[in-house]
Design a protein around this ligand. Sequence first.
Ligand SMILES: [Mn+2]
Length: 351
Amino acid sequence: MSSNGQVHPATADREDGPRGPVDSSRIPRYAGPATFARLPRLDEVGTAEVAVVGVPFDSGVSYRPGARFGGNAIREASRLLRPYNPAQDASPFALAQVADAGDIAANPFRIDEAVETIEAAADELLATGARLMTLGGDHTIALPLLRSVAKKHGPVALLHFDAHLDTWDTYFGAAYTHGTPFRRAFEEGILDTEALSHVGTRGPLYGKKDLDDDARMGFGIVTSADVMRRGVDEVVDQLRRRIGDRPLYISVDIDVLDPAHAPGTGTPEAGGLTSRELLEIVRGLASCDLVSADVVEVAPAYDHAEITSVAASHTAYELTTLMARGIAEARTDSEHAGPTTAGTSTARTSK
Ligand SMILES: [Mn+2]
């Protein structure tokens, strides 16, 4: 992203801890180019502990296109996020350096090449020590992201919020689509099959075999109706038991939400979660070792009044907070283990 028109010129100095968002009491929230949560760009801070990265790719969709515009819609809707998260009692941008890494330039005409490009770009960011908070893009992008994360951590636990299973085999003979990433990931052995869960599943399938295949891969399902009947706390307990202390990847297809809460998406299904339920389940996973996450399938052309992108921006904020808390905890543990220089817990505001 260009710095032209930037109203908060970067400072190179990071010695006082993470650089936080632009001060919205001094510079109006609606001014200047949008980065996620008004955070600095990655090139302004050098390295980040959490890199927010866009993947404007939607050539893998089976129905409505448009998720290529999702990342920037989420960034625009994230202007109203504030630095303290009371639900998790944490200031994520002070606990860790979070920065907007811009977009991965994936080829819209060659899906195979795009998948390779996304994997290589994710490898590069992960190699710097960053965790990824990826903004989609359609769900195809989860496969290269999981490949990259598994190279670093080994097979990962997967928590998949979605109306759909996304473990179908092919569409029109194509292996890489937004309905097939988790079957490919299973086949490649990059998922920990003891800890795979779908949450929010609902809607018609092609046949019962879809569910049989999915169960054979090791997935457990918490349907949208289960969340309603059993409640958030019980669902969170079950998920946490299943995940344990494994490295965890969370993939959120925004169509997990009811179309009332997320109309701007490619394959909407009635009877979904509320945004309140989704945010509460995510917050409940604070003890888990979240190594990276994505929020995908925001298609702003079908949105109204930023309903969908606001929900997505808050979801990404909660996920980012989980990662920042994990990073801060790991730092505290290593400080107790040996004499290292302590970082401060306050983020400076970008001027
Ligand atoms: Mn999906």
